[in-house]
Design a protein around this ligand. Structure first.
Ligand code: SF4
Ligand code: SF4
Length: 382
């Protein structure tokens, strides 16, 4: 296992982190808790959860494991989270920390995340006087938490104000081998500013293992696309921890094997993958961002919409499936901060001329606008 320092905290964390969001919910808490001990024995020392994960059972599963692992408490790190929209005052934030401490069966949370920053306003809410951050500082003084971090779904460069504010020790964000072109600048800025950087979703929500034949080009000789995607997050020096949601021991074995065997990702590797992603993903938006350079007079976040459309191609989803995807992205994902909507497109064609993949952006936006319309109608019916 590789170990790196998490930003300036002094914590020596494993390059592979245990994400507690994919437990097998058909199993008991006790059976799931065994996975944490197994991962710890394999060298993983960073364990991340949140209230609400796995039907709100994840923190309790962690609690069972933490009790069993108590003798080694100084050898691993526990992380959990709280949303500023749920805990907007210092008092509420303190209550949330105390509740998590109880559920987790620990006396101190090593990394507490201001969770789910989907809009910079959520961050500002956490930081307002008497808000969540002040409550967390109090918890820090009282030894209930050690470090304050932040978990964000903002597109890469939109995290820059958080990095510049320099109030948190690290940032947890969705970055992987398929979307890093779009998020790299923000990630590197956080890393260069001395923050810990934690990558969630290294397998792009399972899309890479599910469509291994489509993603063969990601892999080096003798490697599977899944191993290549894990290697990217585990071995890029700019990424401190690759957080993997584990369901089985085999998942843990695989991630640890990649961490044990792989060489560091170099700048050359990154350039090669950039080239391969562009050349091999014909109908796929690579997230290169060339269409986003102030081209669109309607402020449509074109690349974000195209990333959503990618799912209809890769996942071969039907209308209902795409409505679910769209709904998710409108509230939690790529489309949260949009200033212009797909329906605003005036079909000027500027973005298509700029697109490195020569995508039929206008046609796709028309389809996406239709999905948005369906969702709006559905929510009116409720
Ligand atoms: S075609 Fe539509 S999305 Fe593209 S630049 Fe013009 S208005 Fe914007
Ligand atoms: S230029 Fe094309 S490939 Fe690049 S982000 Fe825009 S839509 Fe995607």
């Amino acid at each position: 296992m590789l170990y790196t320092e998490y930003g300036k905290t002094g914590a020596k964390v494993s390059a592979v982190g245990f994400g507690g969001m994919r437990f097998d919910e058909s199993l008991s808490n006790e059976a799931n808790a065994e996975l944490l001990q197994y991962a710890f024995d394999k060298g993983i020392n960073y364990f991340d959860t949140a209230p609400g994960y796995c039907g709100d059972r994840s923190e309790d599963i962690f609690g069972v494991a933490m009790k069993q692992m108590a003798a080694d408490r100084d050898k691993f790190y526990v992380s959990t989270k709280g949303m500023p929209v749920h805990f907007p005052t210092a008092d509420k934030a303190i209550e949330a920390v105390e509740k998590s401490l109880k559920r987790l069966n620990v006396e101190c949370i090593d990394f507490y995340h201001i969770w789910c920053i989907r809009d910079i306003k959520h961050y500002e809410l956490a930081m307002k006087a008497g808000g969540q951050y002040d409550g967390l500082l109090k918890c820090k003084e009282q030894g209930k938490i050690k470090n304050i971090a932040c978990s964000t779904h903002l597109p890469g460069n939109d995290i820059l104000p958080i990095v510049e504010d320099a109030k948190v020790e690290g940032i947890l964000m969705g970055v992987n081998i398929l979307n890093f072109l779009y998020r790299w600048e923000g990630l590197v800025a956080a890393h260069d500013a001395g923050m810990g950087t934690v990558a969630m979703n290294p397998l792009s929500g399972g899309v890479i293992p599910k469509h291994a034949e489509k993603f063969g080009f990601l892999a080096a000789d003798g490697e599977t696309p899944t191993a290549a995607a894990l290697r990217f997050c585990i071995n890029s020096p700019q990424i401190t921890i690759a957080l993997n949601g584990f369901t089985t021991r085999e998942h843990i074995d695989m991630a640890c094997k990649v961490a044990d065997e792989a060489k560091a990702f170099t700048q050359e590797d990154i350039e090669r993958i950039k080239k391969n992603v562009s050349e091999n993903m014909d109908a796929i938006c690579t997230g290169c961002g060339y269409c986003m350079a102030d081209l669109c007079s309607k402020n449509i976040p074109i690349a974000n919409y195209m990333q959503v459309y990618n799912e209809s191609i890769l996942e071969e989803k039907d209308l209902d499936g795409m409505l679910d995807v769209m709904d998710h992205h409108l509230h939690w994902g790529w489309l949260v901060n949009r200033k212009g909507a797909a329906k605003d497109c005036i079909e000027c064609g500027k973005c298509e001329r700029a697109c490195t993949q020569h995508l039929k952006i206008v046609d796709r936006l028309r389809e996406l606008a239709m999905w948005e319309q369906h969702l709006a109608e559905k929510s009116q019916e409720k």
